[in-house]
Design a protein around this ligand. Structure first.
Ligand SMILES: [Zn+2]
Length: 117
């Protein structure tokens, strides 16, 4: 019996390369479907690129007029964070997961309108 050395197998994922720029893609990201459609979908219902990297997605969103010049993107995982993330920082600011931004300690909290009782 002869022993054959193992062959190297390249495990690639089809979404590892951006279809637009050809660069590496963070293949496990997604955008909310309505946003994706507004950015990527053509009038005929097809997408020009099936896979794009986050940078290309942001550029296309701007070029297509889906976002304004002041848009700040928030990259956050849906799941899979395996370390405890602090909800306050050294300056006393608190993390606001809804806005995906730190709130200053002196910032007035949101006041809900409506009747009480
Ligand atoms: Zn790209």
């Amino acid at each position: 019996m002869t022993f054959a050395p193992p062959t190297l197998v390249t495990l690639g994922h089809p979404e590892e390369v951006c279809g637009r720029c050809g660069g590496p893609n963070l293949w496990s990201w997604h955008a909310p479907s309505p946003l994706w459609n507004a950015v990527m979908r053509r009038a005929d219902g097809t997408d020009e690129w099936q896979i794009v990297c986050p940078q290309c997605f942001a550029e296309l969103a701007a070029a297509k007029g889906v976002i304004d010049a002041m848009t700040v993107w928030c990259l956050r995982p849906d799941s899979g964070v395996i370390v405890d993330l602090p909800s306050t920082d050294a300056d006393g600011r608190r993390w606001d997961p809804e806005r995906c931004l730190w709130r200053d300690a002196y910032e007035v909290p949101t006041i809900f309108e409506g009747t009480v009782g």
